[in-house]
Design a protein around this ligand. Structure first.
Ligand SMILES: [Zn+2]
Length: 86
């Protein structure tokens, strides 16, 4: 039996480490720009606890983590995604 080691990543809001599967991934993709749960490149992770994905400082934290200005359109997509978790 092959044991899979979960890939652990840290939430940029609460700084807790989680299995990557349980996190929202935001990637600064060279071609696509800032994307949610897709793309390749520098990534930041946010856990699925309400206080994290609704953190008012999240846009700033994301910009800092991704070293990029985030288009407001991204937050529309993000909000649509997190609406599934509420
Ligand atoms: Zn968190």
């Amino acid at each position: 039996m092959i044991q899979k080691t979960p890939v652990m990543r840290k939430c940029i809001s609460c700084r807790t480490t989680f299995d990557r599967k349980n996190l929202l991934k935001v990637t600064n993709d060279q071609k696509l720009g800032i994307v949610l749960n897709q793309g390749m490149g520098r990534s930041a992770y946010i856990c699925k606890s309400k206080k994290c994905y609704t953190d008012s400082k999240l846009p700033k934290k994301l910009q800092k983590a991704l070293k990029s200005i985030i288009n407001p359109d991204f937050f529309d997509i993000f909000e649509r995604e997190i609406a599934n978790y509420k």
